[in-house]
Design a protein around this ligand. Structure first.
Ligand code: URA
Length: 433
């Protein structure tokens, strides 16, 4: 077996499970070069894999590193999103779940394409470290009950490499690659239950509802087949999830919601829906509705906020983050309104374009290894149905300099279409189990 043969077999639609397993090992041990990994990803994206091939790639990527086993006095659970804009649910959900008696070793990712990454968001907190290693992760589970960390070099190393290469080669948008990427990490983390947030709409990697259903089905079937109780919610990404997009800005919005200084209802709604599902899957709640109520209670009474503060401190962030997060989060030197091009109502938002604008402000990567600017992005984003005009801008832009702000203003203006008020779409659209 060699990389060239496997890539050609994928390209010609005749690759077998052995070839895919070989390639996953080659990604992890360095036999496969970056160029070959990029060509492989493009071939998979264009040609697709069979169901059997997708499962083989997922399992081989899972087995490319260590698999964690837990001995904790409660279920070990997690959630993962297929990627969105302004989506900071993990930051609310991990501590809320931990308050409900489950353990959450959340292995998260960095920004991918136009979407934000949980790890990049958390690194806007001074001192916060996501590279913990397994012994520290185990201590965090015992002491805090939740942690949000990067996949260590030993967890799914094949994904670690392929993820970074996909990010910069236009090869993210593939059911097979997204499934293998997400589940290789999640299955290696030794979970008992998993809920997946599959995005649909203009900001999702796979925008159409048919594609979202196919991805949800592939994820749910593959994960359950591997012994992890899993369900998926298909949720709206036809607009940024919340009112901010950009790493530090999103952390600020999460903190406002956790501390109840200014609650973003959509963040709460989705946190409760996803948390309810996973609490039901692992048997902690009788059903998803009861689970959602339990999650909401932790958000309402401040327990989730307190747990988040403990997690931040335990992962190296400021001990007083809960009380002084505005002082700790870095601010951008340029903050300006994004004027609405005319008076009217926001009819639609090209959400991918909003994510791209954040990336071009420096909030994401255009090539592997680029540093990420935690200060930049948008706040006070208008949503579909909002009136905008002379006194009501589309958003505030936060930029490193005036030229960056000018470009982002033009990009957001182009991304927002004014017109008739849109028919409102539910946040949670479908459940796949
Ligand atoms: N999240 C991941 O971990 N991988 C993907 O491919 C997409 C979202």
């Amino acid at each position: 077996m060699d990389a060239r043969t496997v890539i050609a077999a994928v390209r010609d639609g005749r690759v077998g499970p052995d070839g895919l397993a070989w390639f996953a090992r080659g990604l992890a041990d360095g036999t496969v070069t970056d160029a070959q990994a990029g060509a492989f990803a493009m071939a998979v994206l264009l040609k697709g894999l069979s169901d059997e091939g997708r499962v083989a790639l997922t399992m081989a990527m899972r087995d490319s590193g260590d698999r964690l086993r837990w001995d904790l006095p409660g279920p070990v659970v997690d959630k993962h999103s297929t990627g969105g804009v302004g989506d900071s649910i993990s930051l609310l959900l991990a501590p809320a779940l931990a308050c409900c008696g489950v353990y959450v070793p959340m292995v998260s990712g960095r920004g991918l394409g136009h979407t934000g990454g949980t790890l990049d968001k958390l690194e806007s907190i001074p001192g916060f470290t996501v590279d913990t290693g397994e012994p520290r992760l185990r201590a965090l589970m015992r002491d805090v009950g939740c942690a949000i960390v990067s996949a260590s070099a030993r967890i799914a190393p094949a994904d670690k490499r392929l993820y970074a290469i996909r990010d910069v080669t236009g090869t993210v948008e593939s059911v097979d690659l997204i499934t293998a990427s997400i589940l290789s990490k999640k299955l290696a983390a030794g979970l008992g239950a998993l809920v997946l947030d599959v995005k649909v709409g203009s900001g999702a990697f796979l925008p159409s509802v048919e594609q979202a259903r196919a991805l949800a089905r592939a994820l749910v079937d593959t994960a359950n087949g591997a012994g992890c109780r899993t369900a998926a919610l298909i949720t709206d990404m036809d607009r940024p999830l919340a009112r901010t997009a950009g790493n530090g800005l999103e952390v600020g919005e999460v903190m406002d919601t956790l501390t109840r200084r200014a609650v973003t209802p959509r963040l709460v709604e989705l946190t409760c829906a996803l948390g309810g599902e996973v609490l039901a899957l692992c048997g902690k709640s009788a059903d998803a509705g009861q689970g959602a109520q339990a999650i909401r209670a932790t958000l309402d009474d401040g327990r989730a906020a307190e747990r988040f503060g403990r997690m931040v401190a335990a992962q190296g962030g400021p001990a007083d983050f809960l009380d002084r997060y505005r002082d700790h989060l870095p601010g951008a030197p340029v903050v300006r309104p994004v004027p609405a091009p005319a008076s009217g109502v926001v009819a639609a938002i090209d959400t991918r374009a909003v994510g791209e604008a954040v990336v071009h402000l420096g909030g994401g990567r255009l090539k592997g290894g680029d540093p990420v600017d935690p200060r930049v992005g948008f706040s006070a984003l208008a949503a579909p149905g909002d009136a905008v005009g002379a006194d009501a801008p589309l958003a505030m832009v936060h930029a490193a300099d005036q030229a960056g702000a000018d470009r982002a203003i033009a990009a957001l203006q182009a991304a927002c279409r004014l017109g008739d008020a849109p028919v409102s779409t539910p946040l949670v659209q479908e459940r796949v189990a």
